[in-house]
Design a protein around this ligand. Structure first.
Ligand SMILES: Nc1ncnc2c1ncn2[C@@H]1O[C@H](COP(=O)(O)OP(=O)(O)OP(=O)(O)O)[C@@H](O)[C@H]1O
Length: 188
């Protein structure tokens, strides 16, 4: 069953949310607690890429896997088209625009992000690359270029209070959007 009608409108019964942002900004943490608090299912893309070898090798310099975009999109298409997913990944331009009803870009202050990346054991090269990525807000610009501006929301993710506030916004939004989608389906 296609998930888009001729107008490109999705006919998902439950919304899809993408949580993106520089590595270390808290995507997986927020996605996990949000899935527990809503009817949305969490898809940790980084874990999926590793488990299903959705990459074309390993980049020694930046200590990272080289993503195979086509393999990833093929793997996710059916799952995401059903709706009701909260997807977390540090990049967003690889995904079709029609997949998501809301794109949350997490932002973290550089000093806080630096400490998190050190704690995670990243090498200096990888830390510098990610801090530069956050300073130049690479992921936010990528999200704004890839999705309609009105569905891209920037959220601070520095503290536990921020995480709690972000969670309650996701809970409220997913309930409202879920109602709206159900209403739309009922009256189509
Ligand atoms: N809002 C927050 N306040 C304080 N600590 C946080 C917050 N969000 C995440 N953290 C902590 O920061 C670290 C990184 O979080 P997490 O793994 O969720 O980031 P991520 O963006 O998913 O990283 P990656 O993209 O590498 O998977 C974890 O130790 C987590 O507990």
């Amino acid at each position: 069953m296609s998930d888009t009608s001729d107008s490109g409108e999705s006919d998902r019964a439950l919304p899809n949310i993408l949580i993106t942002g520089t590595p270390g900004t808290g995507k997986t943490s927020l996605a996990e607690i949000s899935a527990q608090a809503t009817r949305l299912t969490h898809i940790d893309v980084s874990a999926l890429v590793k488990e299903n070898s959705l990459h074309s090798g390993y980049d020694e310099e930046f200590d990272t896997l080289v993503l195979d975009d086509d393999k990833l999109v093929d793997e996710l298409e059916e799952k995401v088209s059903q709706g009701g997913k909260i997807v977390d990944f540090h990049s967003c331009e690889v995904f079709p625009e029609r997949w998501f009803d809301l794109v949350l870009v997490l932002r973290t202050d550089n000093t806080i992000l630096y400490d998190r990346l050190v704690e995670r054991g990243y090498n200096q090269n990888k830390i510098t690359e990610n801090i530069d990525c956050e300073i130049f807000q690479v992921v936010l610009e990528e999200a704004r270029e890839s999705y309609p501006e009105e569905i891209v929301v920037e959220l601070q993710s520095n503290s536990v209070e921020d995480m709690e506030s972000n969670l309650s916004r996701i809970q409220q939004w997913s309930q409202l959007e879920g109602l709206a989608l159900a209403h739309k389906k009922r009256w189509e």
